[in-house]
Design a protein around this ligand. Structure first.
Ligand SMILES: Cc1cc2nc3c(=O)[nH]c(=O)nc-3n(C[C@H](O)[C@H](O)[C@H](O)COP(=O)(O)O)c2cc1C
Length: 230
C-alpha cells in the first residue's frame, strides 16, 4: 500500500496494527485475500514444516455461517466448551493484571462499566459474527504437532496481519472461537486430525466505532528483555 506517496514500512505496519472489533461492510477483494495468504507463507517455521492450515469464509458461505452462529448463540451462548485452555488456570501476575487492564480499557472506550455484565456479554458476542468483517478465517494445526508448530502458526498469523495493514486492511485474531470448536469444525469440514487454533476477522475497520480507538499498552523493554554484552 502506498501511504502518503510511499510504501508502508514494516515499522509502520507493526505500529498501525491493532485488533479491530467493528468493521465496515465494504468487501475485500478475493484475489487480494489469496495474495495475502500466499505471501504470509514466507513466514519461517521450524524445519520449514509450514504447519499452518487456513480456512477462509466470505460471501454467501460467511453469511450462512453467521446465521448458524446466531441460532447457536440464541440456543446456548456457552458454546461447545473450549477445545483448549485459552489461559492457564489461576492466571498469575503480571499476566492477570495485563489481561484485566486490557478488558477495562476496551469496555472503557464504549462507556461500559465494570458491573455491566449484560453489556459486556452482548459486546463479546460480536466475536461470533467476526465483528461484522466481510472475511472470516480459521487457523488449524495437525493435532500431532506441539508448541513449536503452534508458535510457527502464530508467526504466520502475525505476518498475515502485517501484510493486511500494508494493503489497508485491519484484523482481529480470535481465540474465542475455541469455545465453538465443534460447530466450526462441522461447518468447515475440519478433519478429526486437525485442531482449531483461532479465527481472524479481516476487513476495513469502522473508524467511527469507539472500540476501535483502543490502544493497548505494552510493558517497557526492561520488563521483558535482559541484555548481556550488548
Ligand atoms: C492469538 C490471539 C487470539 C486473540 N483472541 C481474541 C478474541 O477472541 N477476541 C478478541 O476480541 N480479541 C482477541 N485477541 C486480541 C487481543 O486481545 C489483543 O491482541 C491484545 O489485547 C493486544 O491488543 P492489540 O492487538 O490491539 O495490539 C487475540 C489476540 C491473539 C494474538
Amino acid at each position: 500500500m502506498i501511504v502518503a506517496g510511499r510504501e508502508m514500512s514494516v515499522t509502520e505496519a507493526v505500529h498501525s496494527r491493532s485488533s479491530k472489533r467493528a468493521f465496515l461492510g465494504k468487501p475485500v477483494d478475493a484475489d487480494l485475500v489469496r495474495r495475502l495468504l500466499a505471501t504470509a507463507a514466507r513466514s519461517p517455521s521450524g524445519g520449514n514444516l509450514q504447519p499452518w492450515h487456513v480456512h477462509v469464509l466470505g460471501g454467501d458461505e460467511l453469511a450462512r455461517f453467521k446465521a448458524l452462529m446466531q441460532q447457536k448463540m440464541a440456543a446456548d451462548p456457552r458454546g461447545d466448551g473450549p477445545g483448549y485452555d485459552i489461559y492457564p488456570a489461576g492466571l498469575h501476575d503480571p499476566y492477570h493484571t495485563r489481561r484485566a487492564r486490557c478488558g477495562e480499557d476496551m469496555y472503557g472506550t464504549m462507556g461500559i462499566g465494570r458491573d455491566d455484565k449484560k453489556a459486556r456479554t452482548m459486546f463479546l458476542a460480536g466475536n461470533f459474527q467476526f465483528w461484522g468483517a466481510p472475511v472470516g478465517m480459521f487457523f488449524s494445526v495437525d493435532r500431532r504437532m506441539g508448541p513449536p508448530q503452534w508458535s510457527d502458526l502464530g508467526m504466520y498469523i502475525q505476518t498475515l496481519m502485517l501484510l493486511a495493514r500494508e494493503a489497508g486492511l485491519d484484523s482481529c485474531p480470535q481465540e474465542a472461537w475455541t469455545l465453538w470448536h465443534r460447530t466450526v469444525a462441522d461447518f468447515i469440514g475440519l478433519p478429526e486430525g486437525q485442531m482449531l487454533f483461532c479465527g481472524l476477522a479481516l476487513g476495513y475497520a469502522d473508524p467511527a466505532h469507539p472500540v476501535n480507538r483502543l490502544r493497548t499498552d505494552r510493558a517497557p523493554l526492561a520488563e521483558f528483555a535482559v541484555f548481556r554484552g550488548i
